[in-house]
Design a protein around this ligand. Structure first.
Ligand SMILES: [Zn+2]
Length: 328
């Protein structure tokens, strides 16, 4: 039996996986625009294959592609009636591949597209949506829940409330888009405190920002809470002017030249570890090669394998190139 999340966190940094939807879109299995997760029923082998790449890279956690698998979001592509099928197939894929190695399978909860801060009735609707995803995941079998990419703290709190009822370990992270706070004006530190108080075992920030735009906010999170903290930034270069990669004209078809190198992501993993971040992962734009570089830095692969592998201290030419083009 694989060690649980909390046991792993007690021993040292836990390595999360990378991004799924953007990579599967590049491979031809996901529609750009809606970026909905029906690949779990249309091409389950493609999804399992990407899980396997992350497993081989050395991750501790595989997140089921239940991101955006809510009735509201799937209705935008005419698949509202397939919600349970899509969630079940996604959880089964993560569960099966995790069992091939020493990884944990996580249910992913994310923004439902049903949250309306002005409508208190939307809260009960969202609770029901999360409960439906949780019920399917428990039925298949999941080791933990990762609730992520919430731009409203209140929706993240609803996910935390529903996930806590399962008794499973829970990671809840928010997405900080253009401004250094959520859509309702809460700072990253306040989001982290409220989520920790609500019972999330691990709290932090994921998606939207590159590591350089995420780690300073994570410093505030680290100082705000006593418990475990997590971050999963994107592997696309963003800037102070536009910290969120979805705000770029380049999104989604011209992002390639903005993609970070393995060396960039390895450097990020090392920085995150030295800051005391406990759950170190990545999000959109991060593929198995990035995650493998992070795994080496975090000591998740054998030492003898390190010796002949890439020297990550070499000049980071692509990184320097982006720096230059940002300034001119
Ligand atoms: Zn992302």
């Amino acid at each position: 039996v694989a060690k649980g999340l909390l046991e792993r966190l007690a021993e040292g940094p836990v390595l999360g996986d990378g991004g799924y939807l953007l990579e599967l879109e590049k491979r031809g299995y996901v529609r750009a625009g809606p970026f909905t997760p029906e690949v779990s029923i249309t091409h389950p082998d493609a999804l399992a294959g990407l899980h396997r790449e992350f497993l081989l890279a050395g991750v501790d956690v595989l997140q089921a592609l239940t991101f955006y698998a809510s009735e509201e979001k799937l209705a935008t592509v005419g698949l509202a009636g397939r919600v349970d099928d899509i969630n079940r197939a996604a959880m089964e894929a993560a569960r099966a591949v995790a069992a091939e190695g020493d990884a944990l399978a996580a249910l992913t909860l994310s923004m439902t597209w049903a949250y309306d801060p002005r409508d208190s009735r939307s809260r009960d609707r969202i609770r029901a949506m999360f409960d439906r995803q949780i019920e399917v995941a428990i039925d298949v079998g999941c080791d933990l829940i990762v609730a992520e990419t919430f731009t409203w703290l209140e929706e993240a709190l609803l996910a935390t409330e529903r996930a806590k009822r399962t008794g499973l370990p829970l990671v809840t992270t928010v997405a900080i888009e253009e401004r250094p706070h959520d859509m309702e004006g809460h700072s990253p530190a306040e989001c982290a405190r409220r989520l920790a108080d609500a019972g999330a075992d691990v709290v932090g920030i994921n998606c939207m920002r590159d590591p350089e735009r995420t780690l300073p906010l994570m410093q505030e999170v680290r100082e705000a809470v006593e418990g475990y903290v997590a971050t999963q930034p994107v592997a696309f270069r963003t800037s102070e002017d536009r910290p969120s990669f979805t705000a770029y004209r380049e999104f989604p078809f011209h992002l390639d030249p903005l993609q970070l190198t393995r060396a960039d992501m390895a450097a990020y993993a090392g920085q995150a570890q030295s800051m005391g971040i406990n759950y170190i992962g990545s999000c959109c734009g991060s593929v198995a090669a990035h995650v493998r570089a992070m795994a080496k830095v975090l000591g998740k692969v054998d030492d003898d394998e390190r010796e002949w592998e890439i020297d990550y201290d070499k000049p980071r030419s692509a990184y320097e190139y982006h720096k230059h083009t940002e300034m001119t």
